[in-house]
Design a protein around this ligand. Structure first.
Ligand SMILES: C[S@@+](CC[C@H](N)C(=O)[O-])C[C@H]1O[C@@H](n2cnc3c(N)ncnc32)[C@H](O)[C@@H]1O
Length: 218
């Protein structure tokens, strides 16, 4: 049921989201941080889960990676195909919790601002773990829990499903503490390799991080 809700949300607001994202210098900055954490991607087989309009799929494919993108929203996949026209990327409408791809078939999995729409983080991370080759990496980026607290709840410990209104669209998200994310990943079997909290650029509110970026290894 909730998957339907996510699909509807992005089918409806996907275009607005993609437009806003292109104009957001901190979103571009996030991708730069992610690329630095990944290192060389040429020749690597990468699964971009919840790929949205293909923002990062495009960057990775242009660097020579073999990219597969999945998203639950047909609208987002349509936008991704348009944005990445001419590049050799395979896009599929799929639930990232149950992709149906063969196990141990990717060198790298990316999950960029996607986990907040999924009730069970454990199910998501288990699927990522299954899909990665031994020694493969997961790059997981999300809106920083501190930002959720500053902008919406005022209480870091208020986790669970929340509705929020931002930039003209109403959406829900699962709020989590950093320890919830890290402990779930460790429970699933991942090893934490790096954590980044990029300082926002060019905005008034530079006193808290916008994004949390984690690198794990299988
Ligand atoms: C905020 S957008 C981010 C898109 C892209 N990763 C980016 O950073 O531009 C979140 C995306 O995750 C997708 N999504 C959320 N839950 C998903 C799931 N279970 N399976 C596949 N896609 C999902 C949504 O449809 C949406 O396109």
């Amino acid at each position: 049921m909730e998957k339907e809700e996510v699909r509807e949300l992005f089918d409806k607001y996907g275009e607005i989201f993609a437009r806003q994202q292109e104009k957001d210098m901190n979103r571009h900055w996030l991708s730069e941080v992610i690329q630095a954490m990944m290192g060389e991607v040429k020749g690597k087989k990468i699964l971009d889960t919840g790929c949205g309009a293909g923002f990062d799929s495009k960057i990775m494919a242009k660097k020579g990676a073999e990219v597969v993108g999945v998203d639950i929203s047909p609208k987002m996949i349509k936008l991704a195909k348009k944005k990445c026209k001419g590049l050799d990327i395979r896009f599929y409408i799929k639930d990232m919790v149950n992709t149906g791809f063969r196990g141990e078939s990717f060198d790298l999995v990316t999950s960029i601002i996607t986990i907040g729409w999924n009730r069970s983080l454990k199910k998501v991370l288990k699927e990522y773990y299954r899909l990665l080759k031994k020694g493969g990496q997961l790059i997981l980026a999300d809106v920083h829990p501190i930002r959720k607290m500053v902008v919406y709840t005022g209480n870091y410990f208020e986790t669970g499903k929340h509705w929020e209104v931002s930039n003209g669209w109403e959406r829900f998200g699962y709020y989590r503490k950093i320890e919830d994310i890290l402990n779930t990943a460790i429970e699933v079997g991942f090893t934490l390799k790096e954590i980044r909290e990029p300082k926002p650029k060019g905005v008034k509110h530079k006193f808290y991080p916008y994004f949390l970026v984690l690198k794990f290894e299988k």
